[in-house]
Design a protein around this ligand. Structure first.
Ligand code: T4K
Length: 365
């Protein structure tokens, strides 16, 4: 097939505020000269997000990976952290950076989240925490995980990088576990360019996370614990504050794209979808699972020929990555990982283009 001259369509694009609104806020930064160190816009972003999400405490961070590291540091964890092989590599690298070892537990092949019924068998005397991922914003079985963790005396740090603006059983999904860590990366549903945050209901832990983010300093700049530099800048916070009012529109639009793809592709029995709870999902990704890797490669090639760039999130399954550790079979994760493709979904994707993409996919059957 011949490549078209059409503008490329990427898997995602950042939802961006009006540039003039952003520069208006940047004027304040220029006038004050305060660029970082827990400045007024960072604090404002944290409090506005807490209000919007209905959560008590938030500590913003330089990115989502550091947001995962901050609680590992706060709890002074050493040993094994149980996690999922079906994730972005940052889940594992945050564990390694904090001198712990990831131990994989396979996923549920329907929800793509860690299978809670398999966690207990993976617990050893070295286990110190569980780090599950709400994959594509789909809530983990938080009741089962949190109950098991408290019985075994383990910390739970949810990797909620995808899970902004998701409520589950009457509260934000970010309010479960000891801490949730989310990402505000450019490719996420809410973005500050780079950024992330820790969310916890524990006020003391919240204060401690703030200190760790700021070199371990207390309010008087006395070093009271082992910290790092995990601070968000005012420039990033300004972008977040200007993007925030767009969120309802962004969420609604992503949902309509998801439903369009679903309607078009559901009749094809060789395509399956993540099992989700429709009211507890932010529709930031559009994952489809094909009947074989061969089919996936064919579809991906056909899309690329039409200037459409889907992405294999998450591929490869992390248990197969040599630098992460010795291989242990994770059949469900490896299987889903080899057949899953995320189709373009973002605010700048018009519905007509989504129809066209769905048609290219359909033509491969
Ligand atoms: N845990 C989980 C479960 C995660 O998924 C992630 C990150 C983390 C933790 C860590 O959070 P952070 O430390 O990143 O805050 C992206 C992101 O870099 C990464 O944040 C994300 N997960 C991961 C799933 O995907 P790529 O490899 O897709 O980026 P890239 O450059 O290929 O971009 C994809 C498409 O997006 C491009 O084709 C065009 C568009 N794009 C991208 C960027 C960066 C834009 O339009 N503008 C942009 O600025 O990694």
């Amino acid at each position: 097939m011949q490549a078209t001259t059409k503008k490329p369509t990427y898997v995602t694009a950042p939802s961006l505020c009006d540039l003039d609104n952003y520069t208006k806020l940047l004027r304040q930064v220029w006038d004050s000269g305060i660029l970082t160190h827990n400045g007024p816009l960072v604090r404002k972003l944290e409090s506005e997000l807490c209000r919007e999400l209905g959560v008590k405490n938030m500590v913003s961070a330089v990115n989502g990976t550091v947001a995962l590291q901050l609680p590992l540091k706060a709890f002074k964890l050493r040993g094994e952290v149980i996690t999922t092989p079906f994730s972005w590599v940052a889940t594992c690298s945050s564990i390694f950076w904090e001198n712990c070892t990831p131990v994989f537990v396979d996923i549920d092949p329907l929800t793509f989240n860690i299978d809670p019924s398999k966690i207990e068998d993976a617990i050893t005397h070295k286990t110190c925490a569980i780090m599950p991922v709400h994959v594509f914003s789909n809530p983990c079985d938080v009741e089962a995980i949190d109950t098991l963790a408290s019985q075994k005396g383990l910390k739970v740090i949810y990797d909620a990088a995808h899970a902004m603006f998701v409520d589950y059983k009457g509260k934000s999904i970010l309010d479960y576990g000891d801490v949730s860590a989310t990402s505000f990366h450019a490719t996420k549903i809410f973005n500050t360019g780079e950024g992330g945050a820790c969310i916890t209901t524990d006020d003391d832990l919240h204060e401690q996370l703030k200190r760790i983010r700021f070199f371990g300093h207390d309010d008087n700049k006395v070093i009271v614990e082992d910290g790092c530099n995990g601070k968000m800048t005012e420039i990033h916070a300004a972008l977040g504050l200007t993007n925030l009012p767009l969120m309802q529109e962004v969420l609604d639009y992503r949902r309509s794209i998801y439903n369009l793809y679903l309607k078009e592709l559901k009749p094809i029995d060789k395509i399956t979808f993540q099992q989700i709870i429709p009211e507890s999902y932010n529709y930031s990704y559009m994952p489809i699972v094909l009947d074989s890797e061969e089919r996936l490669l064919t579809i991906d090639k056909k899309l690329k020929a039409q200037n459409v760039f889907a992405r294999r999130y998450f591929y490869p399954s992390l248990n197969t990555v040599k630098s992460i550790g010795q291989y242990t079979a994770m059949p469900h994760s490896e299987n889903i990982s080899s057949r899953i493709l995320c189709l373009p979904s973002h605010s700048q994707l018009d519905l007509e283009e989504a129809y066209r993409i769905a048609s290219i996919v359909k033509d491969c059957f």
